[in-house]
Design a protein around this ligand. Structure first.
Ligand code: FRU
Length: 317
């Protein structure tokens, strides 16, 4: 090797490379150099629906190198989620996304962040009051009412019902309950057993065991989410009674509720879209200086054995 080439390969060239790497020129992550940081606080990642929400957020953000999303998991702990919001404020993120565990404990930190001028997008479960920039979610009252009406029709106006409620200190639990009661009003349906299963399948299974022990006849279980409906089904199956009961849930994830409907485990599942994509779109609008609506209401479908192959049916108003 000639002297100048040798000197280039062993001396100047590596030095220049190191310089480029340090400057971030050869590093793809740094090359993107996101201009904005979005902090996302998820109340838990123990449930498939929430994993899907984060995946939807990640996917929507992927095509926007100008943003970076920092994800945090509160592990179903309000205090941890309060700390997330405070950390995001201290770190000076540009937008906060939050899917809160419960309304009351998260209201104060969200309000404080909002009042400091940080835009806050609340997803799926609400906080109390109006101190947030935008709420993204489907109308749980409407879903509950549609479920009630569907159940009245399916049972011919009468029957014995078990209602397994979502966490009643979270707004979807309250709305899915109130909407359902509105939907069955005037019928002869009788709610013979109700319990708060806090959105969790093992709790739903236990509550259903109690209901089965107390009531020889249960025509239908209305659960506020599909894991709850599935837990109830498992309890009924263990008691050899699953064939005499109809199970209805909410969420309709393709690999969860929709699959249960296909398998004949659930008679119906009402879709609850995650809103992940819409939340990123709203964040991008805010960052571009545009005004976003206070409420972004997502539509929902019902999936039944009859319509699932056609992609379900949209709920009417
Ligand atoms: C997941 C979940 C969903 C439900 C939603 C309501 O944590 O329980 O099953 O639709 O939360 O906020």
């Amino acid at each position: 090797m000639s002297q100048p080439i040798h000197r280039f390969l062993h001396g100047i060239f590596p030095a220049v490379c190191i310089l480029f790497v340090v400057a971030g020129i050869l590093s793809p992550a740094a090359a993107q150099n996101p201009r904005w940081t979005i902090g996302m606080s998820q109340c838990n990642l123990g449930e498939p629906w929430r994993v899907q929400m984060n995946a939807d957020i990640r996917k929507a953000a992927e095509s926007h190198p100008e943003i970076r999303v920092v994800f945090k998991d509160a592990q179903n702990d309000n205090l941890r989620q309060v700390a997330h919001i405070e950390e995001f404020v201290r770190a000076g993120v540009n937008v906060i996304l939050i899917s809160p565990k419960e309304a009351a404990p998260l209201t104060k930190p969200v309000s404080a962040a909002f009042k400091k001028g940080i835009p806050v997008i609340v997803l799926d479960r609400r906080i109390l009051g109006n101190d947030y920039t935008c709420f993204v979610g489907a109308d749980n009252r409407r879903i509950g009412k549609a479920a009630g009406k569907w159940i009245v029709k399916t049972l011919g106006g009468k029957g014995k019902i078990v209602e397994l409620k979502g966490l009643m200190t979270s707004t979807p639990g309250q709305d899915r309950n109130a909407g359902f009661r509105e939907g069955i009003k005037g019928s002869s349906l009788e709610v013979i057993f109700e319990a708060d299963m806090k959105w969790l399948e093992p709790n739903a299974r236990k509550e259903m065991e109690s209901a089965l022990a107390r009531f020889p006849k249960i025509d239908l279980v209305y659960a506020h989410n599909d894991p709850g409906a599935h837990g109830a089904y498992l309890a009924a199956k263990a008691a050899g009674r699953e064939k005499n009961t109809i199970f209805v849930g909410i969420d309709a994830l393709p690999h969860e509720g929709q699959m249960y409907v296909k398998q004949g485990v659930l008679a119906a599942s009402f879709e609850y879209p995650t809103g992940g994509k819409e939340a990123i779109e709203a964040a991008l609008s805010i960052l571009a200086g545009k005004k976003v609506p206070k409420e972004i209401t997502l539509s929902s479908r019902v999936f039944t054995r009859e319509n699932i192959d056609k992609g379900g049916e949209w709920l009417s108003n």
